[in-house]
Design a protein around this ligand. Sequence first.
Ligand code: ADP
Ligand code: ADP
Ligand code: ZN
Length: 214
Amino acid sequence: MNLILLGAPGAGKGTQAQYLIDTYKIPQISTGDMLREAIKNQTAIGMEAKSFMDRGELVPDVVILEIIRERLLQDDCKNGYILDGFPRTIAQAEGLAEMLEALNATIDKVILFEVSNDVLIERLTGRRVCGNCGASFHTVFNKPGKEGICDRCGSALIQRKDDNLETATNRLSVYENQTAPLIHFYEKAGKLVKLDGDQAITLLQKQLSHILGA
Ligand code: ADP
Ligand code: ADP
Ligand code: ZN
């Protein structure tokens, strides 16, 4: 099962990816997580990506497509994967389609999480993420069992540098301009499934199970 999770920053892609990993035992491929790891390790890609990410702009397509090309060839992708935060431009979607064709594979479904902008801002500014495993929590909507500590792995929760009001606002307009065209792209391909992302996390999980057949 090859899935794409589509939606604005804060729409709940990472949160639902966590559920899908546990349920379907397939890996999440989050370009955002991979880029943050690259920055932490001070690799060449990390150095190149950092200034774009700090401003809430997209990292250049060529960089992203190279990261994905390597990742899809790894062993754990054999039974499927969840693409989270990729593709984010039409050029990336076309690059992905080429790669898949060469691998004789396809995307099964693209799940779109629709959430209004004021809710997205509340979610992004209150988000806390695990510095170790990347799990996502919220100070109000999705509190961890113990304040500041990750439920999954026990590590400390942090606030992402780009989850401040100014950068988050910019990321939402970048989404509208550069990523939202993918909705039509995948609708035309007959792969799009729309979900009301404003619903409770557990309700969305149930709907996903229904759609994917768990
Ligand atoms: P994305 O990966 O799409 O950027 P996240 O999954 O990190 O989004 O979610 C953004 C924030 O909103 C997090 O703080 C998360 O805990 C919270 N969140 C996710 N899904 C919901 C939901 N259905 N209702 C309320 N809050 C949510
Ligand atoms: P969110 O889901 O909250 O938008 P991500 O972790 O997916 O956060 O992305 C954080 C940042 O990483 C983006 O603002 C962008 O700078 C960069 N990034 C992640 N994925 C991509 C991608 N596919 N193309 C370009 N830039 C990306
Ligand atoms: Zn953790």
